[in-house]
Write a new protein. Structure first.
Length: 137
């Protein structure tokens, strides 16, 4: 099973991330987000940040999680390449994200993400979990 893929959306880019469970699908969504911004294979594991989010439903939790990723990217001037997520039955998410400070001489500059949108955001559960989001570039 692939980790994630992209789909076209007008002036935006959509992503679908997959996992054997919701934790892995959210982790792969984080990876997909940062592969829009840069090539995550060139991002070192030099610093980790931990955060927690609680939401009222799984779609809102996905939105809040992706928003937090962008927040730390912008506030800490970092790129991330490792995502560790634990979601409990109360929709409380604990995340540890690992990366390094941005150095555009070292890191590939791809697209800037302006915002996460709720448009067509989904969390689907079958024998695996698929999450979908569209980001504004």
């Amino acid at each position: 099973m692939k980790s994630y893929e992209y789909f076209e959306a007008t002036a935006d880019i959509g992503l679908k991330a997959y996992g054997k469970d919701i934790n892995e699908a959210f982790e792969n969504a984080g990876l997909a987000i940062f592969n829009i911004i840069s090539d995550t294979s060139g991002i070192g594991a030099l610093r980790e940040i931990e955060f927690e989010v609680t939401s009222e439903d799984e779609v809102s939790l996905l939105y809040d999680y992706l928003e937090e990723l962008l927040f730390y990217h912008e506030i800490e001037f970092m790129l991330f390449s490792e995502f560790h997520v634990k979601i409990d039955e109360n929709l409380h998410l604990e995340a540890k994200i690992v990366g390094e400070e941005i150095d555009w001489d070292k890191h590939e500059r791809k697209s800037e993400i302006k915002a996460i949108t709720f448009h067509k955001m989904e969390v689907k559960k079958t024998d695996h979990v698929e999450v979908q989001a569209i980001v504004d570039l």
